[in-house]
Ligand binder design. Structure first.
Ligand SMILES: NC(=O)c1ccc[n+]([C@@H]2O[C@H](COP(=O)([O-])OP(=O)(O)OC[C@H]3O[C@@H](n4cnc5c(N)ncnc54)[C@H](O)[C@@H]3O)[C@@H](O)[C@H]2O)c1
Length: 351
């Protein structure tokens, strides 16, 4: 299904308003989800909206929830998300971090009582236009194995990092701390495909290519073995243990659990104000130089080019904004289901 970003955005806003979300919060949520789709990160874009709407109707996500700062200092804050949409409370928390960093150079904002926040990179990327460096991370229900364990011990706790560049594209690292995001395994299962042998372990901690085992009888492998597991634990500390959010199995699944209950996710956001460290132009010249040097590095046999983190996503976005977004079948099926749930006309977004 090919759609324009504008029409897809309008559809998301309409769906959210129909279940009682304010125009402003609906727009914020649509901004996050549609931007994610333009990056080609379809596992965490508008595909998720149907489950968020189910939770809004159930009451576990509060349609009128208002995130608020519950304690703060000049360079830090703790935000309670009030079980509002994860995009709404996370955008608020990152804006809080950016405002504080602009005043004092660096800021850390923790968020509790959040829900699933989608693509970590979106909140990190909010720093780019303000000439800041952004970092975002979140915990989730355990779906990832630890070396030596049978089953899952931590979430695929995502991490986002963004830094502005001058003439080159901004850096945007947006990743799960599992080998791949669980959404990719669900997508393979929905499309009837097998998966590479290093993505998933079965209930006996043996590698499997069968995506249908996930997540009831399969655990994602941690990114790079014990190193990804260690980073996932760091994210658990900063986004959940430190913030008072739900930890590990206390988190409820945003897709499968009782939609009348909050999920309890945590998140953390960091902003660094570049001008406090050096003139912004100097930083941009320096990062451009590093990017160009990497682009010019000697290529392996058969390799066409070397990419920087986020480069593929920015190129996909440029194309999507001109030609429309080519939504994969699992995403269009989810949007069709949402349209049916709410009695909306999905055909309008195809114009
Ligand atoms: N909210 C949650 O609980 C949650 C949990 C896990 C993941 N996620 C999200 O899932 C999405 C997908 O995660 P993923 O780990 O599967 O992503 P991925 O493996 O597709 O990409 C990870 C990063 O690697 C970069 N990259 C990819 N190929 C590259 C190459 N050849 N050279 C240089 N850089 C390259 C990309 O630009 C991207 O920044 C992300 O948006 C992540 O935030 C969210």
């Amino acid at each position: 299904m090919k759609v324009s970003a504008q029409n897809l955005h309008a559809f998301c806003v309409e769906a959210l308003i129909q279940v009682g979300v304010s125009q402003a919060d609906a727009r914020t949520t649509a901004d996050v989800l549609v931007t994610t789709d333009t990056w080609g990160t379809f596992t965490h874009g508008t595909k998720a909206l149907r489950a968020y709407v189910r939770r809004l109707r159930g009451g576990g996500l509060r349609k009128n929830g208002r995130p608020k700062v519950v304690s703060e200092g000049p360079a830090w804050a703790l935000v309670d998300g009030d079980s509002s949409l994860g995009m709404v409370s996370s955008e608020f928390a990152m804006q809080t971090a950016l405002a504080k960093a602009a005043a004092v150079g660096i800021a850390f904002v923790g968020l509790r009582n959040n829900c699933h926040y989608g693509a970590a990179g979106y909140y990190a990327s909010m720093a780019i236009e303000k000439d800041m460096i952004g970092i975002s991370m979140a915990n989730d229900i355990p779906t990832v194995n630890a070396p030596g364990a049978r089953g899952s011990v931590l979430g695929s706790n995502p991490f986002g990092f963004a830094a502005p560049a001058g003439k080159e594209k901004p850096i945007l690292l947006d990743m799960a701390t599992s080998t791949v995001a669980g959404g990719k395994v669900f997508a393979a299962a929905a499309l009837g495909k097998t998966i590479p042998g290093d993505w998933l372990l079965d209930a006996n901690a043996k590698p499997t290519t069968d995506p249908t085992l996930f997540s009831h009888a399969g655990s994602l492998t941690p990114l790079g073995g014990y190193k990804g597991y260690g980073i996932a634990f760091l994210i658990e500390v900063l986004s959940a243990i430190l913030t008072g959010a739900a930890i590990r199995w206390q988190v409820s699944s945003w897709t499968f659990s009782d939609p009348s209950k909050p999920t309890g996710h945590g998140a953390a956001f960091i902003a660094l104000h570049i001008a406090s460290f050096m003139p912004v132009e100097q930083f941009k010249e320096r990062i451009d130089r590093a990017i160009r040097e990497i682009h010019a590095a000697e290529k392996a046999d058969g390799a066409g080019r070397i990419y920087l983190p986020g480069e593929m996503e920015w190129e996909r976005r440029e194309k999507a904004l001109v030609e429309g977004i080519d939504l994969p079948e699992d995403v269009s099926a989810s949007l069709r289901g949402l349209a049916e749930d709410l009695n909306l006309d999905l055909n309008r977004i195809l114009r």
